[in-house]
Design a protein around this ligand. Structure first.
Ligand code: S3P
Length: 179
């Protein structure tokens, strides 16, 4: 494992549902001795409802409003590792805030890998009604331009979560060395 350099700003993980942002984020936070937060969990705690319930009770626009506010609050905290819900980085204000205050990492995986991973849980409202392959491909196409604005792009489809974590730590060290 490469030497872990603790950055002086938050690290924000972005990418599609199922890519492993929360699992990898937790491990990254542990490796760097930083706090970990997950934007979906924070929204659920603030609303006292699950993400699915927020979508069905109030609709997606209300969820997106809550998401933007929660992320703005988290980015004001001392440096932490933050896993963003897959759609959060599509919000221009959130993107600007992340760019101004954090290091962003886009975790990527091919569609079959994502489908395999999302099929383990049935908690994602956007995947309930339609074929996950089609939904994820459509979201990937629509979101690639925004996701591409992340500082670091990394493959998270091959090898274990530990292998992805090692790649992230290497990328962070390389970035630190250049700064
Ligand atoms: C969403 C991703 C989910 C959650 C919500 C919408 C999206 O988070 O925020 O279901 O628009 O891609 P994960 O990416 O953590 O699954």
């Amino acid at each position: 494992m490469s030497h872990a350099v603790k950055p002086d700003r938050s690290i924000v993980l972005i990418g599609l549902m199922g890519v492993g942002k929360s699992t990898i984020g937790r491990r990254l936070a542990r490796a760097l001795d930083m706090p970990f937060r997950d934007s979906d969990e924070e929204i659920e705690a603030a609303a006292g409802r699950s993400v699915s319930e927020i979508f069905s009770d109030f609709g997606e626009p209300a969820f997106r409003d809550g998401e933007r506010k929660v992320i703005a609050r988290l980015l004001e905290e001392p440096p932490l590792v933050l896993a963003l819900g897959g759609g959060a980085f599509m919000d221009p204000q959130t993107r600007e805030r992340v760019k101004a205050t954090a290091i962003s990492i886009w975790l990527q995986a091919d569609i079959p890998t994502l489908v395999r991973r999302v099929s383990r849980r049935n908690t994602r409202p956007l995947l309930r009604e339609n074929d996950p392959v089609e939904v994820l491909q459509r979201l990937l196409d629509a979101r690639t331009p925004a996701y591409s604005e992340a500082d670091i792009h990394l493959d998270a489809s091959t090898g274990s979560h530990q292998a992805t974590l090692d790649r992230i730590l290497e990328a962070l060290s390389a970035r630190e060395a250049k700064a």
